[in-house]
Design a binder for this molecule. Structure first.
Ligand code: AMP
Ligand code: MG
Length: 311
């Protein structure tokens, strides 16, 4: 049996399948089955108040879960789907309440990965797909990073993820970004022909956005370059994630790309490598760029780390 056929069988039985996307690996379950959706919350240890994104093969499948498909949604889907844009729209009543954490709105997106698009087409039903990690921990960007028992979660290996961080979440009427991601407000505004509000910093407006999230097991701090000598002096074994080496040198230096797209792609794998390096502290040099993609990167970094406080 092919992996895809086995995956469809598992989903039909209400079981879970981890699937590749262009952002991170998702933990898939039949979005129209309340018990399958409950399995996802349970295995992740995800708070029931944190709604799930529904993954669809196309706009026709999106209409299985949304009550209304406005013209602006159609324009955005034409421009960005498949791709890292999640749209928040009124839900259909038959969608299990667990998916939306009891709310009236549902988040939908069409992931840009051929294997997962084929899975969605063959299964013929939408899939919930939060990141395939335990709640609060670092999102997986390779199949090997999906860490659940194989009898409970079948992993479809589609190679490393290209995008690296989660999708942009957009609410409509008026258009506003609830979670920053790989698609920027400028790109969205160009398609809509009107202004798109950026995520209100520092706390974004999306429900379920946890202050501590995407976090490695090892304590991690976000540092400014001028604080580095003090941070370095305070720990014997330290890993530094940064676009340039700093003096005095760290035990473990994990070079990060200097451009936001490259940085995003490397971010979670970098945090995992730092976690596996056996250090007592992970330091991340705060990136300074103005580009909106840096905002998305900094949003993830802020949740993955604590800020360094001067002694
Ligand atoms: P993830 O944890 O990457 O699966 O993304 C789920 C996130 O999408 C949630 O934490 C919310 O920020 C956002 N989201 C999901 N459903 C909704 C919704 N119905 N309304 C607003 N934001 C949502
Ligand atoms: Mg997640």
């Amino acid at each position: 049996m092919t992996d895809l056929a086995a995956a469809v069988d598992r989903l039909a039985a209400g079981s879970l399948v981890a699937f590749p996307t262009e952002t991170v690996y998702g933990l898939g379950a039949d979005a129209l089955s309340a018990s399958a959706v409950r399995n996802v919350f349970q295995i992740k240890g995800r708070p029931a108040t944190n709604p799930l994104i529904v993954h669809v093969a196309d706009t026709a499948m999106a209409r299985q879960v949304v009550a209304d498909w406005p013209e602006e949604a159609e324009r955005l889907a034409r421009a960005f789907w498949p791709g890292p844009l999640t749209l928040v729209l009124p839900r259909r009543p038959e969608l299990p309440a667990e998916v939306t954490a009891g709310g009236e709105l549902v988040a939908v997106r069409c992931p840009d990965h051929p294997l997962t698009l084929e899975l969605l087409r063959r299964f013929g039903r939408p899939l919930v797909g939060p990141s395939a990690n335990r709640s609060g921990q670092v999102s997986p960007t390779t199949a090997a990073h999906v860490d659940f028992p194989p009898d409970q979660v079948l992993v479809l290996d589609g190679g490393p993820c290209r995008g690296g961080i989660e999708s942009t979440v957009l609410a409509l009427n008026p258009p506003r970004i609830l979670r920053p991601g790989l698609i920027t407000s400028r790109q969205l505004a160009q398609v809509l022909g009107r202004e798109v509000q950026q995520a209100s910093a520092p706390q974004s407006a999306s429900p379920g956005q946890l202050e501590r999230h995407y976090a490695p097991h090892t304590p991690a701090v976000l540092v400014q370059a001028e604080d580095w000598p003090a941070v370095r002096a305070g720990a014997r074994r330290i890993a530094l994630l940064a676009s340039q080496e700093l003096e005095p040198s760290a035990e473990v230096f994990l070079p990060m790309p200097a451009d936001p797209r490259g940085y995003a792609e490397r971010l979670y794998a970098g945090l995992r490598e730092a976690d596996d390096a056996g250090v007592e502290l992970i330091a991340v040099l705060a990136p300074q760029g103005e580009d909106e993609l840096w905002t998305a990167v900094r949003d993830r970094l802020r949740r993955a780390t604590v800020r360094f406080e001067k002694p």
